[in-house]
Design a protein around this ligand. Structure first.
Ligand SMILES: Cc1cc2nc3c(=O)[nH]c(=O)nc-3n(C[C@H](O)[C@H](O)[C@H](O)COP(=O)(O)OP(=O)(O)OC[C@H]3O[C@@H](n4cnc5c(N)ncnc54)[C@H](O)[C@@H]3O)c2cc1C
Ligand code: SF4
Ligand code: SF4
Ligand code: SF4
Length: 407
């Protein structure tokens, strides 16, 4: 029995939590992604798993016009977050009021899983994007248990994880706030483990802290930073770091490590699963060129429900804000419009991955182009200088006027 079409299964890990016979566990495929496995001997064919799977349900989510560019006034929070540090303030508000927060954290063995926190001391564990699929196993039931109390529960994750939680709960809870992130897709836990082993061998030490979105030289040029146990540090931009390269860099080699379902993602749209949606506001680079410190990171915040509005209002004085529209939001953020396409090399890459070691995969698929890296970094740095942005801004507004009048 199949719970849903395997190519569309997002690995949300919710079906096991509804099975009355504990007949479902998760097994990794060759890419290291989790898929449900039913132990037929235990299954009573009640079809509960099929009925709640978000892939089998035509959920209707709404598109909001409440769109804000926001960045945290506290520079340390902003710099230690991926975008503008909106998540930190929203989560802190819930914790300050006695609530609990769920989100993705790296554990001591460098695996990414969803974690429940009840104290501000632990908030740093959930802050920052981890570019690996997060293991949500067991957390949906825990959220439900927390919701039986009076306190607020904040659940954050990819749109498919938020949709899974809503389907698991089956009704609205007044004390639940969901935050979904804008989502390009999730890379493979197997590749991440091989990468961690690779850097550990290369630098003769184990990673202690991994930052997937270090903001030096700047926010728009993604960089990896690893602090090793021996006190040494590694930093490299997405053009140089092989893990970010396979995830993000174009030239036919980006998106190689994504889960298959991400290429057909039904959540890559303006209709959002969260009460609040958070992402990188790439449009700010073109639309607010006078904002000199934009390269420290800016959030797009979509306020999708009255609950989202209420919590945002409580913390909004902690942010600089600018009101925006969908033209600005779509700018350079395809994840709002349609899923990313499966790259031409995807099948070959994974065939090779089965028979080659990580170093041989690098020899075959990774190409470091220093000239492109230098160019992109120089372009990003120049954005802070207003006068260099004016031609770009004029082009942007001309394009918008043309779109409006249908030219
Ligand atoms: C895999 C992935 C792809 C993304 N793709 C895009 C994109 O295409 N466009 C865009 O605008 N933004 C994207 N983002 C979102 C962006 O990187 C920031 O996470 C978001 O803007 C919030 O930033 P912040 O500064 O408010 O908070 P931060 O502190 O940076 O964000 C922390 C939040 O991210 C969640 N999170 C971190 N890692 C994961 C994970 N592996 N799985 C589930 N939740 C996670 C945490 O639970 C927490 O809610 C992506 C994030 C991830 C993890
Ligand atoms: S509930 Fe989630 S993990 Fe289970 S089959 Fe559906 S998408 Fe896959
Ligand atoms: S059909 Fe029922 S018993 Fe069988 S795996 Fe699904 S939920 Fe469990
Ligand atoms: S791209 Fe879609 S399917 Fe993939 S992790 Fe993100 S929300 Fe889930």
């Amino acid at each position: 029995m199949k719970i849903c079409d395997e190519a569309l299964c997002t690995g949300c890990m919710m079906c096991a939590e509804v099975c009355p016979k504990s007949a479902i566990d998760y097994r990794t495929n060759v890419q290291g992604f989790w898929y449900p496995h039913i132990e037929e001997r235990k299954c009573i064919e009640c079809k509960k798993c099929e009925k709640v799977c978000p892939i089998n349900i035509d959920n209707k989510y709404k598109k909001t016009d409440d769109i804000v560019a926001a960045w945290n006034r506290d520079k340390d929070i902003r710099l230690s977050s991926t975008s503008g540090g909106a998540f930190y303030s929203l989560a802190k508000c819930v914790l300050d009021n006695g609530g609990v927060v769920y989100g993705a954290a790296l554990d001591a063995s460098n695996e990414v899983c969803h974690k429940r926190i009840a104290s501000i001391d632990e908030l740093h564990l959930l802050s920052g994007s981890k570019y690996v699929q997060s293991n949500t196993g067991g957390c949906y039931r825990k959220v439900k248990d927390d919701l039986t109390g009076e306190n607020m529960v904040l659940f954050s994750g990819t749109p498919c994880q938020v949709s899974a939680l809503r389907s698991f709960l089956g009704k609205e809870y007044k004390n639940l706030i969901c935050i979904d992130i804008v989502c390009h897709g999730v890379p493979s836990p197997r590749v991440f483990k091989d990468y961690v082993d690779h850097v550990s061998r290369k630098y003769s030490s184990t990673p202690q802290r991994i930052n997937f979105r270090y903001k030096k030289p700047c926010w728009s040029v993604f960089s990896m930073k690893i602090d090793f146990k021996d006190g040494s540090t590694y930093t490299a931009s997405k053009f140089k770091d092989p893990y970010l390269y396979f995830f993000l860099v174009g030239g036919g080699r980006g998106d190689l490590t994504l889960r298959r379902s991400c290429f057909e993602c039904r959540f890559a749209s303006p209709e959002r699963t969260g009460d609040i949606t958070l992402g990188d506001f790439w449009g700010i680079l073109a639309t607010s060129p006078k904002q000199k410190d934009q390269e420290n990171g800016v959030n797009i915040v979509l306020i999708n429900s009255p609950k989202g509005r209420a919590i945002f209002d409580k913390v909004s004085e902690q942010f600089e804000t600018r009101w925006k529209n969908w033209d600005d939001a779509y700018h350079s953020n395809q994840s709002f419009i349609k899923p990313w396409s499966e790259p031409g090399l995807y099948k070959q890459f994974w065939e090779d991955y089965q028979r080659m070691d990580f170093d041989t995969i690098l020899d075959k698929y990774y190409v470091y182009d220093r000239a492109i890296e230098d160019k992109k970094i120089a372009e990003a740095k120049s954005r802070a200088e207003t006068y260099k942005n004016i031609p770009k801004m004029i082009k942007y507004y001309l394009r918008r006027i043309k779109n409006r009048i249908g030219l």
